[in-house]
Design a protein around this ligand. Sequence first.
Ligand SMILES: [Zn+2]
Length: 254
Amino acid sequence: MPIDTHAHINFEAFNRDHDEVIKRSLAEDIWMVNVGSKYSTSKKAVEIAERYGNGVYAAVGLHPIHARDEEFSAENYKELAKSKKVVAIGEIGLDYFKDYGKFKDIQKRIFLKQLNLAKELNLPVIIHCRMAHEDLLEILNFQFSIFNFQLKGVIHCFTGNWQQAKEYLDIGFYLGFNGIIYKLDLKEVIKKTPLERILLETDCPYLTPPQEGDKRNEPVFVKYVAREIAKIKNISFKEVAKTTTRNAQTLFEI
Ligand SMILES: [Zn+2]
């Protein structure tokens, strides 16, 4: 079954019932990676993952929109990453949406520190990028030219164009797709991206696929993303689930 490679069961929206949501997901054999956005939510993601066996994992990192609120401490994140359930550094990246674009320098500085941390710990990265593909590609291409394929990762919630997609694919990155593919026209990108380089995700509690109306999103709804990708690529749901699951298992070593 599909793996939700980008969930936020560690966020407040799930405070009341996160165990039920996780159990519901595991009952359908849907695994998940809960992604941190700052120290507190990263810690929570690790705590949740530690309580479960196979199927629930964590990523730790400082999201660019929190780059101003938290003093980044590599040591603190390194401590969290000691848990065997931590499979990636994320979510990290660049976000130039509205006011966030006013502190590009801090974002870039913290992003580079976290790329270094990922390399040091030999972990893949989960990258968030909003309205910043040009800068992100410049940084990643530069890293790639020095370190050659040593840095692995995924551009989560990819909403760029095919040219940008191709550049990420060229340096070995995966592209993550979620319910936003029902809202934005990403057909060309999805058609052209090899299935072997696609990861499925929900980004829950956000971006609920339209089939579930205005409900809070959750990992089991990742199947709607698989279904839409199958439709766009004109292949079976099973093939999408099988291949993207293998992709996630390869990237995150789970
Ligand atoms: Zn996210």
